[in-house]
Ligand binder design. Structure first.
Ligand code: DGT
Ligand code: CA
Ligand code: CA
Ligand code: ZN
Length: 576
């Protein structure tokens, strides 16, 4: 069995966490984290590349040293530097990094003073009321820790991981003889930011005998990645995959396909609302079809099901019972933004800072997506771990971009930067260089723990700068790993409108920041949104699909999205 990219990535993540606790060189830690990230988004199987004996250093951001480490993991299933780190530092300590307010320094203190090795030994100390003996550790932190212990650990996965699983599994199921349609439904089809389990619908031809070869359920439960069969039946089975994602498969008749798809796409709240309208019209709507008394009146397609209650088809991303049914009744479902309408990307990094590819390579990647423009938004000097640029280096980059632009036809590289918002709300670069840029993305990268009032004020002060254009990843959340910083978003959105600033919907699947409901709020205020990828490599530019899906969940149309506009229009928004 091939080693998956995500398990190689997990080794580097673990190593980075341990080094973090040890207080190792932040550049080295960041290199491992970057490698983990890069490997996890790499489209092909890296273990296969290694087995073919190919040189991994062709991968952006992977030098000789990292390539050797990847090869070691593939060949031996372990990494000696990680084993050594585990010898030095109990690996159970990495779980403590998840606790809000506990970082590497505090973990060191816990280890040295109480010989804490993992979450269990920490719990004992907290319950004994001894944590507060340590300077800097108070009753408040004890409460936070106890809360963390009680919290149900999220087993939900990102859309990106669900997509990987769905793609492979759907491909596998489609090859079964007699199968007509294979369709992922549930929260995945609604593009919810995380997926609890994957629901897959399958229809097969009803004529002809079912042979072992065409037995869908048998094929499903014997899929390579299945860890455990949870339930197995004639029409429904559930398995747990090796990556801990659960998959429900349902076999339905072709005449019920549309009804089953509506039902299993959900959401539950949407289903209930649909069923109530049916009841009012003397119709029974369930996963088998739509029935008047006992006569089937529809169910083969989704259009047919919605049609029986006088509604047009509703895009899955809207099916949350947040007003989409009322809108459909009024014929007011908006034209949602599509991937094809995106003309360029306004947030991308190169190897000048923490990206993996050169300026030229990123530009080539953007052109191959059919884009008209790409903003190069490398970090600024305050972010030293990402090699942030000072005005001098940025000026050099600007010259290189000018030169590149003079050679490009039908494409424009936008001069930009992802400028750190400093603690006092000032920007990390002087106006003298900010004014040389086509646009400016400004982001918070440190001091996440300011009070709500201070954090809000910090960002609004930054927006006061006339060169501020787009607030990058507006809440700083990392889904399942780091909560949003405390900030008054409504006030910020209103302040952005007043100051002719804009906000970003960051498409990284673990960010999706700003979240759908706030994007919807932004739209209601007339605030336009940049759907950006924050790409650090060519493959990450295509993360735009996750951003577009979230934008659709927020009811956004092309007119609400900055980068659906050609540069000639966009330019006007950025000049104040
Ligand atoms: P998840 O898996 O937690 O990310 O979210 P979903 O929406 O995929 O939920 P899941 O897998 O429990 O169920 C799939 C769909 O089946 C759900 O979106 C709607 C439908 N469904 C499940 N339970 C019920 C129910 O009790 N009533 C109705 N009307 N529909 C249900
Ligand atoms: Ca589900
Ligand atoms: Ca399910
Ligand atoms: Zn950033």
């Amino acid at each position: 069995m091939a080693v998956s990219n995500s398990s190689i990535a997990a080794v580097f993540e673990k190593l980075a966490d341990l080094l973090d606790i040890e207080g190792a060189n932040p550049f080295r830690i960041r290199a491992y984290r970057n490698a983990a990230r890069l490997i996890s988004v790499h489209p092909g199987l890296i273990s296969e590349t290694v087995k073919r004996g190919e040189d991994l250093t062709y991968l952006p951001g992977i030098g000789k040293d990292l390539a050797a480490k990847v090869a070691e993991i593939v060949k031996t299933g372990r990494l000696s530097v990680l084993e050594e780190a585990k010898q030095r530092t109990p690996s159970g300590l990495t779980a403590l990094l998840e606790i809000p307010g506990i970082g590497p320094k505090r973990i060191q203190a816990l280890k040295n003073n109480f010989k804490i090795t993992d979450i269990d030994s920490l719990e004992r100390i907290v319950r004994a009321g001894r944590l507060r003996e340590l300077p800097g550790f108070g009753p408040k932190l004890e409460r936070v820790i106890l809360e963390e212990l009680r919290r149900e650990k999220p087993t939900r996965v990102s859309l990106f991981l669900a997509e990987e699983v769905a793609r492979d599994l759907v491909g596998y199921l489609k090859k079964i003889p007699g199968v007509l349609a294979v369709m992922p439904a549930g929260s995945y089809r609604r593009s919810q930011e995380t997926v609890g389990d994957l629901d897959i619908l399958v229809t097969r031809r009803s004529d002809g005998p079912v042979t072992p070869d065409s037995d869908v359920m048998e094929k499903f439960v014997s899929y390579d990645d299945v860890e455990k069969i949870v339930a197995r039946g004639e029409t429904r089975s559930t398995v747990l995959l090796k990556n801990h994602l659960q998959v429900d498969l349902r076999l339905v008749d072709a005449e019920s396909y549309g009804a089953a798809l509506v039902y299993f796409t959900g959401s539950k709240a949407h289903n209930i609302a649909i069923r109530m309208i049916g009841v009012k019209n003397g119709l029974k709507i369930n996963e088998y079809g739509v029935f008047r008394r006992n006569k089937r009146v529809g169910g083969r397609t989704e259009e047919e099901v919605y049609g029986t209650i006088g509604l047009p088809w509703i895009p899955p991303e809207l099916r949350e019972n947040r007003g989409e049914i009322e809108a459909a009744q009024k014929g007011a479902i908006p034209e949602l933004i599509t991937l094809e309408q995106i003309r360029g990307d306004l947030h991308a990094h190169t190897d000048a800072t923490d990206g993996h590819l050169t300026l030229q390579e990123m530009v080539e990647a953007a052109r191959s997506l059919g884009y008209e423009y790409l903003a190069i938004t490398d970090h600024t000097r305050h972010l030293t771990v990402a090699k942030g640029q000072d005005p001098k280096r940025l000026a050099e980059q600007i010259r290189r971009i000018d030169k590149l632009n003079s050679r490009l036809k039908g494409f424009r590289v936008l001069k930009s930067a992802e400028i750190d918002i400093l603690e006092d709300g000032s920007l990390d670069l002087p106006d003298s260089i900010l004014k040389e840029l086509d646009l400016r993305v400004c982001s918070v990268h440190f001091k996440f723990n300011l009070s709500r009032a201070k954090q809000t004020e910090r960002i609004i002060r930054a927006m006061d700068n006339r060169y501020f254009n787009i607030l990058g990843h507006p809440t700083g959340r990392l889904i399942g790993r780091r909560p949003a910083y405390d900030v008054d978003l409504e006030t910020i959105l209103e302040a952005a409108v007043e100051r002719k600033c804009f906000i970003e919907l960051n498409s990284q699947p673990d960010r999706l920041d700003l979240a759908d409901l706030y994007c919807q709020k932004a739209k209601s205020l007339g605030l336009k949104i940049a759907i950006s990828t924050d790409a650090h490599s060519d493959s990450e530019l295509s993360f735009i699909r996750f951003g577009v899906a979230q934008a659709r969940r927020a009811w956004l149309g092309a007119e609400d999205v900055l980068n659906s506009q050609p540069w000639a229009e966009l330019e006007k928004f950025f000049k104040k």
